[in-house]
Design a protein around this ligand. Structure first.
Ligand code: ADP
Ligand code: MG
Length: 695
C-alpha cells in the first residue's frame, strides 16, 4: 500500500499543507519548510535537480567493482545482524540466473522482517563495492509485489534526484511527491490559457508535472520542464507588463519643467561636452520627465562612462519643477562621494542638500528640512527609505548600482510621494538581453555605450612574487610624475573588524617598506564618516599619494589623477568586482595600469585573473562572470522574487522568454486586467509573484 494515494475520497487542494500526506508529521513538515515546501503546491513544484537512469537491469554475473548499477533478482537469503548498541544491519542476497550479489542496509535490520522475504523480487540501485566479495552498500531498493500493479519509484525507471536537506531522504521525497501528484486536484494548475497551450503544443500541467518528476523518457522530462517553464515565464512577463502599465499611467506622474534655469545654469558650468551617448540618454530622460507618465528608466553603462553627470541633469530638471530629488547608493562611501560631487555642482547654484546615511550626523534635523521642503535634494544609503524620512514633494528617485537593491526597497522609495515620483536607476553591470527582460521587463532600458574621449584603456597585468620589485619601481616612477595610486587589500570575509585590521597591517608594511617616505592614506568600512570624508578629500586634493583601502572604493569613487592600482590577492575577487575596482583608474588622460598580485591556487581563480587581463569592456566581463558564477550570484535573483531553478530554466531558453513576452503583450492588449475567466489562473500566478517579491 505504500505508494497509493491517500484514500480520502475527494481530491486534495493544491494549497493544503504537506502534513495532509501520510508519513508527514510536525518534524518532517518543518524539514520540508526548510526547503521552502509548505503546501502541496510547493511540493509538486519542487522539481528534481537531475535524474538517474535506472531503466535497464544489469546482469548480476557481469558486475564489477565501482559500477553504478540497477539490478533485479530474487531473494535467496536474508538475515538481520545486531551490531553494538541497538544498531541493526540487514544483509540480503539476490540472484538472477547469471549470478548473485549481497546487499547490506545499515541501521535497517527490520527490512528483513518486512520486505526482504525469501523468494521476494527486488530491484536494487547503487554503487558496487567490495566487502567479502562484491556487494551493494545501502542501495536504493524496491520490492516488486507479484499481485500489486504498482509503479516502481526508486528503481527500474528514470529516478528523480531532488535538492534535499539533512534529515530527509530521496526516498521520502519521491514517495511524497508521487502521493501528492496522485492526490491533488491539478485541473486548475494550467496557467497559460488554452489557445496558447495549443499554439506551443504544451501538455497540461498535471501531465507536465508527472513527467517532470517521473519521466518516461529523457525527452519527456525536457518537454515537461519547458511546459512548466513557459507557464512561469508567461506569468512573470504578464506581471512585469502589468506593473509597467500601472506605473506609467498617464496623469500619475509629475510633468516636469525641462528648460528651467537650473538646467541652463548647469549646462553653462559643464567643463566638457557630453558624449553622444550621454546626450542621447539625457534626451530620453528629459522626454520621460516632461511627460505625465511616471518615468521608469534603467541606464546601464560601463564604469567611467559618465552616469553621474547624466543623473545630474535629471536632478536639475526635477528641482526646476519645484520638486525634491533623492539619490540612493548602496554604500556609505558611495553616498558620500555622490554627496560631495553633487554639492560641487549644485551648491554654487543655490541648491540646498542633505546627506543621509546610517552614521551621518544631524540626521534628525536633515529629515526635518526634507519634510518641510526647505532642502531640495537628499543623497544617502538605505537610511533614505526608513519610514521616518518624509519628503515634502518627492519628484525623482535616483538609484545607483541598483541591482544591489531589492524590489521592495525600490518600491518603498518610490512610494514616499503623493505623485508617483520618476525613477531613474543606474547600473555599471550590463545585463544580457534575456536577463534584462526578466529582471527589468517593467522598465525602459537604455545604454551609455561610449566612454568620454581621451580615455586610456586600463592595462591589467598579473604580477608574480618575483615581479614585485619591478612593479614597485614602476609605481614609483608614476608617483614621481605626479600620479596617485590605489592599493586594494585582499578580501576578508565575514567581519569588517578583521578586514580593518588586515588593511591596517598592510598599510604599516607598505609605509615601512616599498612606499616609505610617501604620503599614504588609509580607508576602510569601520572608519567614522567624517574620517572617511577627510581621507577621501585628501586623496582627491592630491595631498595623499597612495590610498590603501578595502573594497569600499569599489564603486563610484572618482579621482582622475589616480592612474595606478594594485589589487592584492586579486584572485579572491569576482570578475565584476575586479572590473569595478579597476574602473577607479583610467579616468583621466593618463595611461593607467592595474597590477594584480597573488598566486591563484584554484582553477577558477586562475581563470578570473586570465579573463580580467584579457577583457576590457564591461559587457564582456559581465558575460564571462555570468558564465562562471551563474546568474543567482551575479544578480541576486532571490531579491527579484525568482527562485534559482526557474531562472536557470529561463536563461537556458531565450526564445521561450521572448515568445512569452510577445504572448503576454498580446494577451494583455485584449484583457489588460486579466479579468476574463480563462485568465483566472494566470492572474492568480501573477499575484503570487507579487507576494514572493515581498510586496
Ligand atoms: P560612472 O559612469 O562610472 O559613474 P562617472 O559619472 O563617475 O562615471 O564619470 C567618470 C568621470 O568622467 C568623471 O570624472 C566625470 O567628470 C568624467 N566625465 C563624465 N562625462 C564626461 C564627458 N562627456 N567628457 C569628459 N569627461 C567626462
Ligand atoms: Mg557612478
Amino acid at each position: 500500500m505504500e505508494y497509493e494515494s491517500p484514500t480520502t475520497g475527494t481530491a486534495l487542494e493544491l494549497d493544503a499543507p504537506v502534513a495532509v500526506l501520510p508519513g508527514i508529521g510536525a518534524k518532517r513538515a518543518a524539514l520540508l519548510a526548510g526547503l521552502g515546501i509548505v503546501s502541496l503546491r510547493d511540493l509538486v513544484w519542487h522539481l528534481p535537480r537531475r535524474y538517474e537512469d535506472r531503466r535497464s537491469f544489469a546482469p548480476l554475473g557481469g558486475l564489477a567493482e565501482d559500477d553504478e548499477a540497477t539490478v533485479m533478482g530474487t531473494v535467496t537469503a536474508a538475515r538481520e545482524v545486531r551490531l553494538r548498541g541497538r544498531q541493526t544491519l540487514a544483509v540480503v542476497e539476490i540472484s538472477d540466473g547469471t549470478g548473485s550479489i549481497k546487499a547490506t542496509f545499515f541501521g535497517r535490520g527490520f527490512l528483513v522482517r518486512s520486505v526482504f522475504k525469501k523468494g521476494a523480487r527486488l530491484i536494487l540501485s547503487g554503487r558496487v563495492g567490495q566487502y567479502k566479495g562484491l556487494s551493494l552498500d545501502n542501495p536504493d531498493y524496491e520490492a516488486l509485489d507479484e499481485d500489486a500493479e504498482r509503479e516502481p519509484l526508486h528503481t527500474g525507471r528514470l529516478v528523480p534526484v531532488y535538492p534535499l536537506t539533512e534529515g530527509l531522504s530521496q526516498r521520502d521525497l519521491r514517495r511524497w511527491v508521487w502521493q501528492a501528484l496522485g492526490a491533488v486536484d491539478l485541473s486548475g494548475a494550467d496557467i497559460a490559457p488554452e489557445p496558447l497551450r495549443r499554439k506551443h503544443a504544451l501538455s497540461p500541467a498535471a501531465e507536465a508535472l508527472r513527467q517532470a518528476h517521473f519521466p518516461d523518457t529523457p525527452e519527456a522530462s525536457k518537454a515537461a520542464r519547458k511546459a512548466l517553464a513557459y507557464d512561469e515565464v508567461l506569468a512573470l512577463q504578464a506581471r512585469l507588463l502589468m506593473e509597467r502599465a500601472e506605473a506609467s499611467q498617464p496623469g500619475r506622474g509629475l510633468q516636469h519643467r525641462v528648460n528651467g534655469p537650473l538646467l541652463k545654469a548647469l549646462h553653462g558650468r559643464l567643463p566638457f561636452p557630453l558624449t553622444d551617448a550621454q546626450d542621447r540618454v539625457v534626451s530620453l530622460i528629459l522626454g520621460d520627465m516632461a511627460s505625465d507618465r511616471p518615468m521608469r528608466r534603467l541606464v546601464q553603462g560601463d564604469v567611467g562612462c559618465g552616469k553621474t553627470v547624466v543623473a545630474l541633469h535629471a536632478v536639475a530638471v526635477c528641482l526646476d519643477t519645484g520638486a525634491q530629488a533623492a539619490v540612493m547608493a548602496p554604500t556609505e562611501i558611495l553616498a558620500e562621494q555622490h554627496y560631495l560631487n553633487f554639492r560641487d555642482w549644485l551648491e554654487p547654484l543655490g541648491v540646498r542638500m542633505e546627506l543621509l546615511t546610517g552614521s551621518a550626523k544631524g540626521a534628525a534635523a536633515a529629515r526635518n528640512r526634507l519634510a518641510s521642503g526647505e532642502s531640495q535634494l537628499a543623497v544617502g544609503t538605505h537610511s533614505l527609505i526608513q519610514d521616518s524620512t518624509g519628503f515634502a514633494r518627492l519628484g525623482l528617485a535616483i538609484i545607483d548600482e541598483q541591482h544591489r537593491f531589492g524590489v521592495a526597497q525600490r518600491e518603498r522609495l518610490a512610494g514616499k510621494a503623493e505623485h508617483e515620483p520618476d525613477v531613474l536607476q543606474l547600473s555599471a553591470t550590463p545585463i544580457p538581453r534575456t536577463l534584462a527582460l526578466t529582471l527589468y521587463g517593467h522598465m525602459d532600458v537604455s545604454v551609455i555605450d561610449q566612454l568620454p574621449p581621451g580615455r586610456q584603456p586600463v592595462e591589467t597585468r598579473h604580477v608574480q612574487a618575483r615581479g614585485l620589485d619591478k612593479m614597485y619601481r614602476e609605481v614609483h616612477v608614476q608617483i614621481a610624475e605626479g600620479r596617485q595610486v590605489y592599493v586594494v587589500c585582499p578580501l576578508v570575509e565575514g567581519s569588517t573588524e578583521r578586514e580593518a585590521k588586515a588593511v591596517l597591517e598592510h598599510f604599516e608594511d607598505l609605509e615601512a617598506g616599498p612606499f616609505a617616505g610617501l604620503r599614504l592614506g588609509l580607508l576602510h568600512g569601520r572608519m567614522k564618516p567624517d574620517e572617511k570624508d577627510a581621507v577621501m578629500r585628501a586623496f582627491k586634493a592630491g595631498a595623499t599619494q597612495v590610498l590603501v583601502s578595502t573594497t569600499v572604493i569599489e564603486v563610484g569613487v572618482d579621482v582622475p589623477n589616480a592612474s595606478v592600482m594594485i589589487i592584492e590577492d586579486a584572485h579572491q575577487f569576482s570578475l565584476t568586482q575586479l572590473h569595478q575596482l579597476r574602473g577607479r583608474i583610467g579616468r583621466g588622460a593618463h595611461e593607467s595600469v592595474c597590477y594584480l598580485t597573488g598566486k591563484p591556487t584554484t582553477k577558477p581563480g586562475r581563470q578570473r585573473i586570465e579573463r580580467i587581463c584579457a577583457l576590457s569592456s564591461g559587457f564582456d566581463v559581465a558575460e564571462a562572470d555570468l558564465a562562471m558564477r551563474g546568474p543567482g550570484e551575479v544578480f541576486g535573483f532571490k531579491q527579484a522574487g525568482l527562485s534559482e531553478f526557474r531562472v536557470a530554466d529561463l536563461l537556458a531558453d531565450t526564445r521561450l522568454l521572448e515568445t512569452a513576452r510577445e504572448d503576454a503583450e498580446a494577451l494583455l492588449a485584449e484583457d489588460a486586467q486579466l479579468a476574463k475567466p480563462e485568465h483566472a489562473a494566470l492572474k492568480r500566478r501573477v499575484q503570487a509573484f507579487q507576494g514572493e517579491a515581498g510586496r
